[in-house]
Write a new protein. Structure first.
Length: 457
């Protein structure tokens, strides 16, 4: 059986049981925070020396020791001993081995409570920046493909039924806009996480003459947190990231779903890049959109991480409780999943083969210019829209019963329904005219889309 923990064992006669170590230890996964932990410790040591709480010689030893530990970990030479529970104690124990008693002074005026809070906040802020960079890569590719397909005409759908003609570029631009909002969410989350919890200590602050503004500045925060009790109890910043990630993953899933649908034989609008598909063990002809399907499924993992932490936090009394240790595995999994999804989706969009002929052919079904006929009746025949809607529906019914496109319905048949209809109506019943007519701000008309794309950074 292991010895009583030397970091906190003065109160205890017996060491933790093996089962207690199993449930209590977070080192197997929070070791991932080593860089943030060492960065926070370096800033804390500098502050303690600045305030005269450490001597300059003690600070020098601590800084050198921490730099050596960082190199040991990065080189794979660090011994992560499970009995030390977490990354904070693992680093501190090694520091004491390297520099002696001075290593034990590093923990003056702080607690593991504020230490883990600052480590986590530093990590999450970095993940926000990573997500923003990857989203910008994805938007760059979406914009490029949209510019290539400003006039590639396809059906726009509602209820997955043909609705009106749009361009494939317009379709891609819709996701460009969605991911633009995701960038703003992550940037806002980064800004909201701008206060540093280090120095809050266990829950009530510290009697030492510390300078929390100094450590905040050293670590890239705008200011220190204002209430020590809240500082160590807060995991809102993790929830903020997970909320942003969940919305972003939902957008990725919607695009992935359409890649699955649009690449299927009944549609054939696009062909997925072969390196992001797979074959079948029994059907030689198959080329399955596995990457898109997996992105669609992985959204649930990110949602699960958000739900996990919301559930963990919902009933916790102030201040710190060990329940909060459960934030890490969920966060790390969500971060890794989102990064992978963004990289894969960027590659998929960049490598898509667009099948414009199939998109154009799909517009022969579903009467996509029916609204154009109704609008013509309003503008040219001065008929109220609701009446024009009814007239158009009657003409559509005739066309459907006779296997005709709207533009192929004889004029005399239209005039039986509405005598005011003239030969001029056929000018608005082809899909190109419909596309070009949507010139309102944000519409699918090629000139309008080109303008929107030119404005985007």
């Amino acid at each position: 059986m292991s010895k009583v923990n030397q970091m906190w064992g003065g109160r205890f006669d017996l060491p933790p049981s093996e089962l207690m170590q199993e449930i209590n230890a977070s080192l197997p996964y929070d070791r991932r925070l080593y860089a943030q932990d060492i960065r926070g410790s370096k800033a804390h040591a500098a502050m303690l020396a600045k305030q005269g709480i450490l001597t300059s010689e003690e600070e020098k030893k601590i800084q050198e020791g921490l730099s050596l530990i960082l190199k040991e970990i990065e080189d794979g030479r660090f011994d992560f001993r499970r009995e030390l529970e977490d990354i904070h104690m693992a680093v501190e124990a090694r520091l004491k081995e390297l520099i002696g008693d001075a290593g034990g002074k590093l923990h003056t005026a702080r607690s593991r409570n504020d230490q883990v809070a600052v480590d986590m906040k530093l990590f999450v802020r970095e993940e926000c920046e990573k997500a923003v960079a990857l989203l910008k890569d994805l938007r760059r590719v979406l914009k490029k493909r949209a510019q290539e397909n400003v006039e590639t005409i396809m059906p726009g759908f509602t209820h997955l039924q043909v609705a009106q003609p749009i361009s494939f570029g317009f379709y891609l631009h819709a996701y460009y806009e969605m991911f633009g909002r995701d960038i703003k969410r992550f940037e806002n989350a980064f800004d909201v996480m701008g206060e540093c919890p280090l120095g809050a200590a266990a829950l009530a602050g510290t009697p030492y003459d510390t300078n929390r503004f100094f450590t905040a500045e050293q670590l890239g925060f705008k200011a220190p947190t204002k209430n020590a009790l809240d500082s160590v109890s807060d995991r809102d910043f993790v929830l903020e990231y997970l909320s942003c990630a969940s919305i972003c993953a939902m957008h990725l899933s919607r695009l992935a779903e359409e890649m699955v649908v649009f690449s299927s034989q009944p549609f054939g609008f696009v062909k997925m890049p072969q390196e992001y598909t797979s074959g079948s063990s029994i059907m030689p002809q198959k080329c399955n959109p596995d990457a898109a399907e997996l992105m669609r499924a992985k959204t649930g993992r990110i949602y699960g991480s958000l739900t996990t932490l919301l559930t963990v936090m919902k009933g916790l009394p102030l201040a710190y409780s060990k329940d909060m240790q459960e934030d890490k595995e969920a966060l790390f999994d969500a971060c890794d999943t989102l990064v992978l999804e963004l990289k894969v989706m960027t590659a998929v969009v960049e490598g898509l083969t667009v099948r414009a002929d199939n998109m154009r052919k799909a517009l022969e079904n579903g009467f996509p210019t029916a609204t154009d006929l109704a609008d013509w009746l309003v503008k040219k025949a001065n008929i109220p829209f609701r009446e024009a809607h009814h007239i158009t529906g009657t003409i559509v019914k005739f066309a459907e019963q006779n296997g005709l496109r709207l533009m192929d319905v004889p004029l005399k048949e239209m005039q039986k329904v509405c005598p005011q209809i003239t030969q001029d109506v056929y000018a608005v019943l082809n899909v190109e005219s419909s596309l070009n007519a949507r010139k309102s701000y944000g519409g699918t008309a090629p000139d309008q889309l080109r303008q929107r794309l030119s404005e985007e950074v």
